[in-house]
Design a protein around this ligand. Sequence first.
Ligand code: G1P
Length: 289
Amino acid sequence: MIKRVRKAVFPVAGQGTRFLPATKALPKEMLPIVDRPLIQYAVDEAREAGIEEFIFVTGRNKSAIEDHFDRSFELERSLNEKGNAEALKAIRDIVLEPGQITYTRQQSPLGLGHAVWCARHQVGNEPFAILLADDLILARPGCLKQMIEVHAEIGGNLVAVEDVPREQTDRYGILDVTTDDGRIAGAKGLVEKPKPADAPSTLSIIGRYILQPDVFDELNRAKPGAGGEIQLTDAMARTIPRIAFHGLRFDGKRYDCGNRAGFLEASIAFALDRPDMQERVRAMLTKYV
Ligand code: G1P
């Protein structure tokens, strides 16, 4: 029996060094694309996919994220008094029910694998999703929903993947592919950020995962890998003999909001996707190019 995926982990402890000084006092996950913070897109994607429990792995200076998903009585009252129903709805829609959202801290920046390990008690013994808010995905249905549908059929460990130019393999986890039907690829191994010459393929992991809880056994005994960090990719790779590993080429477009140019591109793409803005934005863009 394949268990339903009910929980999602959001690693949000990163320092956001690439966006300094903007991220000096503000978590990078709170930087807005159009009018909502990056992290809200990830949470909305998870909600659409049927996730019921949201586990944030946070760090120092991240309290703005907690406030964002909480109620704000003063703001609600003043919007109510002004009769601003639209803004009221926008802030009420964000709020998750008490107990649906929990926070745990990653006390030292030891890598993505370590961040996920910090959520082991909240996840417990069931399959779970991981969403990296830096990878912003424009897709209908959302990427995680597509993955959950595939996972309900094939089970095991499943990640979102994308083909990248060979010179970029050193930015991603890369699959050592065994089977590939053009949509779903099976892997016999994974390598974190290999040099282009050493990469076993150009199929790269995007920040969406559905994993069996067995990955925590591997993370419990994990040693630092690429970049001296505890890598999620290494822990997943070690489960492969026991647990089938697949990559799904999702239907949609992914934007790397972990760098400035990708962030700007996402802002433009998401504005062009908004019916209330697209016309103005298109006219504005033609002015500049
Ligand atoms: C992380 C993972 C990597 C994955 C990437 C997706 O890397 O370690 O395997 O391909 O996310 O965005 P990071 O971007 O944190 O360096």
